[in-house]
Unconditional design. Structure first.
Length: 229
C-alpha cells in the first residue's frame, strides 16, 4: 500500500522537521514548503492526502492559501496557528479547513489528528446511497447530488450531512457530531460545528431555496428533515 502523503506548510524549520520526523515514524510520506507563494503550485504539481497549513507564513498566509486551495481541491487541511483569537480559528474552518491546532502542540497529538481525519475519509462506505427527497448522498463516491447536480462539499460538510441523513429527524448534539465526524473529542470545536452547519445550509439553500433542510433545535443541536423535497 502506498504511504499517504502529508504536505507540511511551515516556515519554522524546527517545527517542520519535528512534524516530519513524527509523521514519517507513523508511516507517512512527507514534503515541506516554507513560503506561502510557492504552496499552490506545489499542491497542484504533487497532490497530497492531507495538508498541515500554518497561518503565519512569508508571502501568502494560511488563510489566503486555504481559500485558494478550496477553489480546486477538497484535500483535508489542518490549520496550525500561534494565535489564540477565536476569529482565526473560525475563519480558517469557515473557508473549508477540517481542523486546527494551536502552538505549542504535541507532535503526537498532530499525528493522532492526521490519522483520525484520514481514517474518517477512507472509512468503509455505506452499503447503499442515502436518498431523501431530491438529495442523494453516495458514500462510496463521496459525493452529494441535488436534482442530479453535484454539491461541492468539504470533507467535514460531507461528514455532517452523512451523519444527519443516516438518521433523519433525529436531533444530534454538537458533541455527537464532533465525535462522529472527527473521530475524537476536540475541546473548543463545538462552536466551529455551527460554522460548518452554516456553510452546509448555504450550499443546500442555493439548490433548494426556501426549504429548511437542516433545523436547529435550540439548546440541543441539529437535525435533518426527512420531509426534504
Amino acid at each position: 500500500m502506498t504511504s499517504k502523503h502529508i504536505l507540511i506548510v511551515e516556515d519554522e524549520e524546527k517545527i517542520a522537521s519535528l512534524l516530519g520526523d513524527y509523521l514519517k515514524s507513523a508511516g507517512f510520506r512527507t514534503s515541506t514548503q516554507n513560503h506561502g507563494d510557492r504552496v499552490i503550485s506545489q499542491v497542484k504539481k504533487d497532490p497530497s492526502d492531507l495538508i498541515l497549513l500554518d497561518i503565519m507564513l512569508p508571502g501568502k498566509n494560511g488563510i489566503e492559501l486555504c481559500r485558494e486551495i478550496r477553489q480546486f481541491s477538497n484535500v483535508p487541511i489542518i490549520m496550525i496557528t500561534a494565535r489564540v483569537e477565536e476569529i482565526d480559528r473560525l475563519l480558517g474552518l469557515e473557508l473549508g479547513a477540517d481542523d486546527y491546532i494551536c502552538k505549542p502542540f504535541s507532535p503526537r497529538e498532530v499525528v493522532a489528528r492526521v490519522k483520525a481525519i484520514l481514517r474518517r475519509l477512507h472509512a468503509k462506505p455505506l452499503s447503499q446511497n442515502l436518498v431523501i427527497g431530491s438529495i442523494c448522498l453516495d458514500d462510496k463516491a463521496h459525493q452529494v447530488m441535488i436534482d442530479k447536480q453535484v454539491l461541492d462539499l468539504t470533507p467535514n460538510e460531507f461528514g455532517l450531512l452523512k451523519v444527519m441523513m443516516s438518521q433523519p429527524n433525529r436531533v444530534f448534539s454538537r458533541n455527537e457530531l464532533i465525535n462522529r465526524i472527527q473521530g475524537y473529542d476536540f475541546e473548543g470545536y463545538d462552536r466551529t460545528i455551527d460554522t460548518h452547519i452554516k456553510n452546509l445550509r448555504k450550499k443546500i439553500a442555493e439548490r433548494l431555496p426556501g426549504q429548511e433542510i437542516i433545523s436547529t433545535v435550540y439548546g440541543v443541536g441539529y437535525k435533518f428533515s426527512a420531509s426534504a423535497e
